[in-house]
Design a protein around this ligand. Structure first.
Ligand code: ARG
Length: 463
């Protein structure tokens, strides 16, 4: 007979032989789920207290379990907890250590609970906290965008479509466009937090427990909603998908920003110089200064999309109830949360410490990027827009063949393109004139950008 008090797997009772080493290795989640230990212990404390309150165990036993768990938590925090592969997973490890600390009363902790609802709870707690932390990091990046947008009022940048120069924009307008995207991300992380804010504890393996437990009070202690359906409670990983989707979408946003900065900091663009502290050199080419942080924002977004996909694919074929496949949920979640944290840690200061080159941007924003301005000028004077478009197109072709820009076109050339252009105020044909001329809601005009800035500042101070 197997001694129920011997060490070994939690499920050792029905097994004659110890697990093979290769099996132990594939089966164990301990190499990565140790990260859940603080949440696991927090959940166990709430569970133990509830067992005491409900008379499932005595109040003294509950107090002893909580005291022991506190000691184990302190060991984890000090980095003194000794994890071994034999423990299989974090839940087993904590329980094993708890028994070493408080003795056999530890054997009562798992009453009315299963590792299925336990691991689901740990993950909910982890995702809730991660969503909060990412949200705080996002706000810091948004603050930096608004700061730089406020500092760079009046700086002109070329706006691109198809990566061809399109129309002049205010740099602040461009930065605030990224702000809007991050604001949507913020909402996604808030929604992910809300989704994670539910306690599955009390579902036990899948169908509940005959013990007179009180899952609602456990949930209350953890500041969470109680479970509604025990089977759903152990099967659901939607909250993790929500978090991963929020991470992936944020990653895509940071990747687009990163890509722009990689371009902007190249000699070809020359719009911005990154601070030395946020760029790196080449081991062979002494002149190089590389935008590694921005490349990594672009690069890491790939794995964020992969992490989301990984969990979606893990879940898609699973029947309800726990399957060991679910153990594969943790690494993508940890990976995504770490990648996002690294990106958000570096972004604000890369923005704040960068030096922009307004003269380079201004030069690139002029020239043929003002063609739409001319067509709009004609249209505002009653020339049908299609006709205006053609007239300016012809003017562009003439200037191109002469090797001059639109700003350098002579009065005769303008008049030849269209008689209405004879009276064109030259200010219209400048990047500042172009942005200043915009009147529509949400445009890049200085007034509109000022309103956007105010709105963004209000938003941030309401957070
Ligand atoms: N290590 C497992 C996981 O990460 C814990 C749950 C184990 N449950 C079970 N029925 N084997 O999912």
């Amino acid at each position: 007979m197997t001694d129920s008090r011997s060490s070994g797997p939690l499920w050792g009772g029905r097994f004659g032989a110890t697990p093979a080493e290769a099996f132990q290795r594939i089966n164990a989640s301990i190499p990565f789920d140790v990260r859940l230990a603080p949440y696991d212990i927090q959940g166990s404390m709430a569970h133990a207290r509830m067992l005491g309150r409900q008379g499932v165990i005595s109040e003294e036993e509950a107090a002893e379990l909580v005291r022991g768990l506190e000691e184990v938590l302190a060991e984890v925090r000090r980095g003194e907890f000794r994890w071994t592969l034999e423990d299989e997973d974090v839940h087993t490890a904590v329980e094993r250590r708890l028994r070493e600390v408080v003795g056999d009363v530890a054997l009562k902790l798992h009453t009315g609970r299963s590792r299925n609802d336990q691991v689901a709870l740990d993950l909910h707690l982890f995702c809730r906290e991660a969503a909060d932390e990412i949200r705080a990091g996002l706000l810091e990046s948004m603050r930096a965008l608004v700061e730089v947008a406020g500092r760079e009022r009046g700086t002109i940048i070329p706006g691109y479509t198809h990566l061809q120069r399109a129309q002049p924009l205010l740099l602040s307008h461009h930065l605030l466009a990224h702000f809007e995207a991050l604001k949507r991300d913020l909402r996604r992380f808030e929604a992910a937090r809300e989704a994670a804010d539910a306690s599955p504890l009390g579902a036990a393996a899948l169908g509940g427990t005959p013990h007179p437990t009180d899952p609602a009070s456990v949930a209350g202690e953890l500041g969470m909603r109680p479970p509604v359906n025990s089977l759903d409670a152990v099967s659901d990983r939607d909250f993790a998908l929500d978090l991963l989707y929020a991470c992936a979408t944020l990653g895509v946003h940071l990747s687009r920003l990163g890509e722009e900065w990689v371009l902007w900091s190249s000699a070809e663009f020359g719009f911005v110089t990154l601070d030395d502290a946020y760029s790196s050199g080449s081991s062979i080419m002494p002149q190089k200064k590389n935008p590694d942080a921005h490349e990594l924002m672009r690069g890491k977004s790939g794995r964020l999309i992969g992490d989301l996909n990984s969990l979606l694919v893990t879940l898609k074929g699973l029947p309800l109830g726990y399957s060991k496949d679910l153990q594969e949920d943790k690494e993508p979640i940890f990976d995504a949360v770490d990648a996002v944290a690294a990106m958000l840690a570096v972004l604000p200061e890369t923005l704040r410490t960068a030096t922009f080159h307004p003269e380079r941007m201004r030069a690139a924003a002029g020239g043929f990027s003002l063609a739409t301005e001319l067509a709009d000028y004609l249209a505002a004077r009653g020339v049908p827009f299609r006709e205006a478009h053609r007239a300016v197109g012809e003017l562009v072709r003439r200037c191109e063949s002469r090797g001059v820009t639109l700003e350098e076109a002579t009065g005769e050339e303008l008049t030849a393109a269209h008689p209405e252009l004879a009276s064109l105020p030259r200010e219209v044909l400048t990047p500042h004139g172009s942005v200043g001329n915009k009147k529509s809601l949400a445009s890049t005009s200085p007034d509109s950008v000022e309103r956007q800035l105010e709105r963004a500042q209000e938003f941030l101070s309401s957070m």
